[in-house]
Design a binder for this molecule. Structure first.
Ligand code: GCU
Ligand code: CA
Length: 138
């Protein structure tokens, strides 16, 4: 199943502000992080079972610099300095997909900036649980 978690909805946290000045976001806003290394947007997500899940991060980046962030799941860095390429405009949203290991039940997903520019603006994350289909069907 795929469940969406909005950046503006607790228990999600946004180290910065929840803004709504760039159109096209879902819900009532998006996370505009502080422009600093370590600035984070964090989510608590649920998985039906332990294993591999797909994390989809919807973001916009209207600047010309390269934004990057560590993707940290339950305290372990799954992707170090993952790239969030520019999208051309702050109202142009796209998604970045990362395969993540999850525990059954509650999991913490933290997206933490690794450059002084902070994060791209983040609209939401979606977690799709269940392993991707395998060739042998298992
Ligand atoms: C602009 C933009 C913000 C964005 C910021 C940034 O101020 O309006 O939404 O977060 O640039 O570069 O991080
Ligand atoms: Ca920002």
């Amino acid at each position: 199943a795929t469940v969406r978690y909005e950046a503006e909805t607790a228990p999600a946290t946004c180290e910065g502000t929840i803004d709504s000045n760039h159109a096209g976001f879902s819900g009532s806003g998006f996370c505009n992080s502080t422009n600093a290394v370590g600035a984070a947007n964090q989510y608590t997500v649920n998985a039906a079972s332990a294993g591999s899940a797909t994390l989809t991060i919807r973001y916009a980046h209207g600047g010309t610099d390269t934004r990057s962030a560590d993707i940290v799941v339950n305290g372990a860095t799954v992707q170090a300095a993952g790239a969030f390429p520019a999208t051309g405009a702050w109202a142009t949203w796209t998604t970045k997909t990362v395969t993540v290991p999850v525990n059954a039940g509650s999991n913490t997903i933290r997206i933490a900036a690794t450059t002084a520019a902070g994060l791209a603006n983040i609209d939401y994350v979606e977690l799709t649980d269940g392993a991707p289909p395998q060739q042998n069907g298992r």
